[in-house]
Design a protein around this ligand. Structure first.
Ligand code: ADE
Length: 228
């Protein structure tokens, strides 16, 4: 069983539609649908936007479905100036850009308790999606993904996350999914297609490109799972 999490329905609806022998279950207000997709047993959930919903969903998925690994599919704002809308970022690791105990002398982003800033995604699963992106003819980079409970839409904020963490893109769930997977020792991967540049234009670009970007992540996810 492979776990698939999207923050919004538009990021997973096409997968749920294609599931064979779909079985639905609601846990803690989150709908989980399991079934066969491209010959693979999967469980799909829409977690909701932000780190708390993402963490809650990931923990529930792990405890109820025991997935072999979890993939987070969706969209992101580009921080790397070399990335264009509809390019793909496959998370090499994840950080929480809004986790900050630096006034106490800690490095920005340090997760107290775990004592780490960045948590690595699973190398083998990521390599599979990198290959899948190449086969789909999509430009993909393996990079750092920065998550926080903020939609980033200014040059100033985007610049500060980029310079503090060296992240390729920003979104709002991946690092929470990564943290829950890390403490449960479940491998994870984050697959995000760029929908905007997290700049002053993000409020215009995001609504224009979100559906296409979300669909592209699903296309690469499908290709990657088909080849397992
Ligand atoms: N997801 C897509 N674009 C984003 C942005 N600019 N900030 C946070 N999450 C996003």
């Amino acid at each position: 069983m492979i776990g698939i999490i999207g923050a919004m329905e538009l990021e997973t609806a096409s997968i749920v539609k294609e599931l064979k022998n779909a079985k639905r279950q609601e846990i803690s207000g989150i709908l989980f649908t399991q079934g066969a997709w491209c010959g693979v047993q999967v469980v799909v959930a829409v977690c909701g936007v932000g780190k708390v919903f993402a963490a809650l969903c990931t923990e529930a998925m792990i405890l109820h479905y025991r997935p072999e690994f979890i993939v987070n599919t969706g969209v992101a704002g580009a921080l790397d100036p070399g990335l264009e809308i509809l390019d793909v970022v496959i998370g090499r690791d994840v950080v929480q850009h809004d986790m900050d105990t630096s006034p106490l002398g800690d490095p920005p982003g340090l997760i107290s308790g775990i004592n780490r800033v960045a948590l690595p995604a699973d190398g083998k699963v990521c390599a599979r999606f990198e290959k899948a992106a190449a086969e789909c003819g999509v430009r993909a980079v393996a990079g750092r993904i920065a998550s926080g409970d903020q939609f980033i839409a200014s040059a100033e904020k985007r610049g500060s996350i980029r310079s503090l963490f060296g992240a390729s893109c920003c979104e709002m769930e991946g690092a929470a999914i990564g943290q829950v997977c890390h403490v449960n020792q479940v491998p994870f991967a984050i697959l995000r297609t760029i929908s905007d540049h997290a700049s002053g234009e993000a409020g215009i670009d995001y609504p224009e490109f979100v559906a296409r970007a979300a669909a592209q992540s699903v296309r690469i996810l499908k290709k990657g799972l088909e080849e397992q």
